[in-house]
Design a protein around this ligand. Structure first.
Ligand code: PLP
Length: 377
């Protein structure tokens, strides 16, 4: 199998731990094991006694019960637990697709849904974001035009990385109707679900609503626990789950037992985790509002109604990769340039980390000291 390098992950492995400030992370602020365990009475004691044997391939039954509680129709037996969200994207695609199949992806995208099907010999068709007055949308009429009798899977991602777009309930139902009519599997990457900025923007998981829908979830983003490396697939389609389970026995076999325990604590306390993380988002968004209002001649942003990230348009002539590189070299502030997504002229920002106010201050210093004088000269 030949597969393209994952540009975003390569970029992060190069700079994430060396840049002093980051303005672009997509995960919420993490916490220590001690702080997580303190959320539940008796959890510290139980964690120390937790058994370090192999666990069930499907995921610990108690953990699957806790994950099922985050859906409406999904039951513990409709779940398969994995190492993060990346493993199930990889294994689902390997299990379900064959050369010649067509898949549709939202573009730009988190690269795995593009590169893995391509590596399998599939034709990948882009359902490309449209910007209307700087507001991103995915037009359902555009989607319908991409469907043929070879379309096997529609990969969705909502809230969307990188645009921040989030489907409404009406759009969700319309997409399911189309998929049902053409017998298309929906693989819905919902790693940012439950980070809707207001309750009215919440939509159910696709796995809850559609018999051939699969919801991808993870502890990494909304719950801010990426170090656990616990993710899952949720679907009523038993045949798909079984095909993927067979492949998982060739990769990780089962999950890390301590991580499964800790993920359970996180999920049982998810209301507290989400309230904390939404509060961080709520406090950072006004800082960006002020920044983008002040520098409207340089940048335009769409303020999302869900999720921890947004895509910022550059209103000046410079390659986005060059721009990000300059900001990094001069101020040690990490931005995620659109070139990483093959979508130039933009960069991604994040707003669910405690370090954002300081990182934005240093970025503003770059704008004032370097960009503004250059524009004037
Ligand atoms: C949309 C999307 N899906 C999947 C992943 C992978 O998640 P994880 O790192 O938990 O495997 C990411 C990570 O950034 C993502 O943004």
């Amino acid at each position: 199998m030949t597969i393209k390098p994952f540009k975003l992950e390569r970029y992060y492995s190069q700079y994430e731990f060396t840049a002093k400030y980051s303005l672009c992370n997509s995960d919420c602020e993490a916490m220590s094991i001690g702080d997580l365990l303190a959320m539940e009475e008796g959890a510290t004691e139980k964690f120390h006694q937790h058994w370090l044997g192999y666990t069930e391939t499907k995921g610990h039954p108690e953990l699957r019960r806790d994950i099922a509680a985050t859906y409406t129709n999904i039951l513990p037996e409709d779940l398969l637990v994995f190492t993060g969200a990346q493993e199930p994207i990889f294994l689902f695609s390997q299990a379900i697709l064959k050369a010649g199949d067509e898949v549709i992806i939202q573009f730009p995208c988190y690269q795995s849904v593009q590169s893995i099907p391509e590596s399998l010999g599939c034709k990948v068709l882009n359902w490309t974001v449209r910007y209307d007055n700087n507001v991103p949308t995915f037009d359902i009429a555009d989607l319908e035009k991409l469907i043929t009798n070879k379309t096997k899977v529609l990969y969705l991602n909502t809230p969307h990385n990188p645009s921040g777009f989030h489907f409404s309930r009406a759009e969700q139902l319309a997409i399911i109707e189309i998929a049902r009519k053409h017998n298309i599997i929906i693989f819905s990457d919902e790693v940012y679900r439950e980070l809707e900025h207001q309750p009215q923007y919440t939509i159910p998981g696709f796995g809850d609503l559609y018999e051939n829908g699969i919801s991808l979830g993870v502890m990494s983003k909304a719950y801010g626990l990426p170090g656990l490396r616990i993710g899952w697939l949720a679907t009523k389609n038993k045949a798909i789950l079984e095909q993927v389970a067979i492949l998982k026995e060739y990769t990780t076999i089962c999950n890390s037992a301590p991580s499964e325990f800790l993920a359970g604590v996180g999920l049982r306390n998810r209301d507290k985790l989400l309230a904390r993380n939404l509060q961080i988002i709520d406090s950072n968004l006004p800082l960006y509002d002020r920044f983008f209002e002040k520098y409207a001649h340089l940048f335009s942003w769409y303020r999302p109604n869900a999720g921890p990230i947004a895509f910022v348009k550059m209103n000046f002539e410079m390659d986005d990769m060059v721009f990000a590189d300059k900001v990094l070299k001069e101020k040690s502030v990490l931005l995620l340039p659109g070139g990483i997504y093959d979508y130039p002229g933009y960069f991604r920002i994040g707003f669910a980390r405690n370090g954002i106010p300081k990182a934005l201050e240093v970025f503003e210093d770059y704008v004032e000291s370097t960009m503004i004088p250059n524009l004037k000269s």
